[in-house]
Each structure stands twice: as structure tokens, then as C-alpha cells.
Design a protein around this ligand. Structure first.
Ligand SMILES: Cc1cc2nc3c(=O)[nH]c(=O)nc-3n(C[C@H](O)[C@H](O)[C@H](O)COP(=O)(O)OP(=O)(O)OC[C@H]3O[C@@H](n4cnc5c(N)ncnc54)[C@H](O)[C@@H]3O)c2cc1C
Length: 291
């Protein structure tokens, strides 16, 4: 990174625990917050030329960062937050907060993003993960996305070209960057949009741990069932390894009780998975990304 001028922000030796919602992970050699999409692409390109490892993150709300940290450059998208609203369409930077977009949609009497009001990530992360809740997900809203790869440069892709399925998209393949997304919403009735959001927020309050670090659901739901139900039935609620604990309010959440390490969380994930497989013959797959 020596000699690289950055218009956004550049810091050295930042603990990954400060960059992820699980609040674990050792230091990243460098962290860059590019000022805009152009700078983001330029940073990735220059790092590639210099043989530096890169990792793109939004809010870090779906990742487990290693205790050893990240030898290389972590590039954070959160300064890419311009949003242009026209009728029922919004074109927004990958770093926009998904929940803030959902709130703005409600203010504009637009329907479609209600499910997203409690999902704490960026728009880019949500598209990559095909984030969803309460029967809806991003796949139903993405009209287009601007994708950059080192091989092909910038390309505009339609939503149907992004290979969406349950919590998956082809963007999860290494090296694809989302810089901008166009969402197509529907005209809605303001009171109805707010009512649905209030209902979802209340449901979250009742079924998810609050004010403790986590990364949301750890495992994908197996076909026709819920990971949380299986883990709870297997008796894992409140069980701990080190500072990592299976949440008492939602067995598919692992919370950091304050002093958890990535090794604690990884060990708990492995123990839960082995026990669920032994008891129910169901192999749980992780939804979170282990870096
Ligand atoms: C309390 C809590 C509740 C949650 N509830 C839900 C829920 O209801 N539904 C749900 O689906 N998820 C939920 N999550 C998980 C998480 O919030 C979502 O997956 C979110 O969309 C991730 O966005 P992010 O910006 O934090 O992504 P990150 O965690 O930063 O990144 C996720 C992955 O995407 C990649 N990535 C991020 N941005 C880009 C980009 N611009 N271009 C290319 N790759 C990128 C990263 O490299 C990483 O592999 C929850 C998490 C928490 C902590």
C-alpha cells in the first residue's frame, strides 16, 4: 500500500473485531474505505498488480473473521452510499445501509423492502447473500447490478443473470464486486408499509437476541425444516464454548458473550453440526461466510 493515495480512508492494523458484527478477529494489515466506486475498483486493481490479498466487506454482519487476522487489504464499501430515487426505482451504491433504504422506501410509500428493515447489512452484501426474511428476499427486487471483475471490468447485469437462490447468488464466487444496484419497488399504501415493518420488527424482537454481537443465522435452513428447531431439539440453547454461546432466544444464532474468539465460534459450530447430524441425520450447512 506504500505510496498509494486514497481519497477515502486508509488505516493500518485494524482489528477485524471492529469491522464485523460478531466482534471477533485479529488485525487486518490494511483497511481501506474507498470514497466511491471508481476508487474502490482502482484499489482492487492496484492491490492485484502488487500481489496483495484483498477482501471486500460491507458491514461485516455475515462473516466470521479469523483470530490471526487478515494479511492483506480489507476494502470496506460503506462510503459508497449515494442513492438516486426515481418513481418506484432506486439506484444505490453498494455501501448503502439496507435498513436505511427500507426506511426511505417506506417514507416514499414504496413497498417491497419491508422484509429488510431489520437486516443490518449493506445493499451490496445483501445482494451477494440474497438476504431475505419472512418469505421475501433480494432476488425479487434487483432489476440490475453493476458488477466488476478483474478479467472483464465493469458490466451491468440484470437480476435474472445473478443466479439467485436461497441465500445464494453467483456473486459469491471469488473476485466479483458489486458497486451499484438498481431495485425495482412497487407503489404502496404508506400506513400498510409501516404496519408490515412494525410487525416484522416486533417478530425480530421476540425471536432474536438483542444487543449482543452475532452474525444472524449461522446455518442455512435445511429443505422443509428450520436449523434453529433442530439445534434447539438437540438441547444446544445456552450451551457455550469459551465466549461463544448458542442464543437462548434463537438456537440458530451464536452470540459473543464478550470474550469469544473465532476459534470458540468455529468449535461451537462444529459441535452443533456434528450433534445435529448424529441425532437427526441432517447435515447443516453454514450461511455465514468463514473468512
Ligand atoms: C442481528 C442480525 C440479523 C440478521 N438477519 C438477517 C436476516 O433476517 N436475513 C438475512 O438474509 N441475513 C440476516 N443477517 C445476516 C446479514 O446481515 C446479511 O447477510 C447481510 O446482507 C450482509 O451484508 P453485509 O454488508 O454485512 O455483508 P458482509 O458480511 O460484509 O459480507 C458478506 C459477504 O458478501 C461479500 N460482499 C460484501 N459486499 C460486497 C460487494 N459490494 N461486492 C462483492 N462482495 C461483497 C463479502 O466478501 C462476504 O463474503 C443478520 C445479521 C445479524 C447480525
Amino acid at each position: 500500500m506504500e505510496g498509494m493515495t486514497i481519497r477515502g480512508r486508509l488505516e493500518r492494523g485494524v482489528p477485524m473485531s471492529k469491522l464485523t458484527t460478531w466482534r471477533v478477529g485479529g488485525p487486518a494489515s490494511f483497511v481501506v474505505w474507498p470514497a466511491d466506486a471508481e476508487e474502490l475498483i482502482s484499489v482492487l486493481r492496484r492491490c492485484r498488480e502488487r500481489g496483495l490479498r484483498t477482501l471486500v466487506l460491507g458491514l461485516g454482519s455475515n462473516v466470521l473473521a479469523p483470530d490471526e487476522g487478515w494479511e492483506g487489504v480489507v476494502v470496506i464499501t460503506t462510503l459508497l452510499r449515494q442513492a438516486e430515487w426515481r418513481d418506484n426505482v432506486v439506484r444505490a451504491g453498494a455501501g448503502c445501509s439496507l435498513a436505511a433504504l427500507a426506511g426511505e422506501a417506506a417514507r416514499r410509500s414504496l413497498s417491497g423492502l419491508e422484509f429488510a428493515c431489520g437486516i443490518p447489512g449493506t445493499l451490496g452484501g445483501a445482494v451477494v447473500m440474497n438476504a431475505g426474511a419472512y418469505g421475501s428476499d433480494m432476488s425479487g427486487l434487483v432489476a440490475r447490478a453493476q458488477i466488476w471483475t478483474p478479467e472483464s471490468g465493469c458490466q451491468e447485469r440484470s437480476g435474472s443473470e445473478l443466479g439467485f437462490s436461497y441465500r445464494r447468488s453467483t456473486l459469491q464466487t471469488c473476485g466479483r464486486l458489486v458497486t451499484e444496484v438498481t431495485l425495482s419497488l412497487r407503489p404502496g399504501e404508506p400506513a400498510a408499509v409501516r404496519r408490515v415493518m412494525d410487525d416484522y420488527r416486533e417478530r425480530r424482537r421476540q425471536t432474536q437476541p438483542r444487543a449482543v454481537p452475532s452474525a444472524g443465522s449461522v446455518f442455512r435452513n435445511p429443505p422443509g425444516d428450520y436449523a434453529g428447531r433442530l439445534i434447539e431439539q438437540a438441547g444446544w440453547k445456552k450451551r457455550r464454548i469459551g465466549g461463544a454461546e448458542v442464543s437462548a432466544s434463537n438456537a440458530n444464532f451464536i452470540v459473543n458473550r464478550g470474550e469469544a474468539t473465532a476459534a470458540d465460534i468455529t468449535a461451537l459450530i462444529a459441535a452443533v453440526r456434528a450433534d445435529v447430524e448424529r441425532r437427526f441425520r441432517v447435515r447443516l450447512e453454514t450461511e455465514i461466510k468463514i473468512l
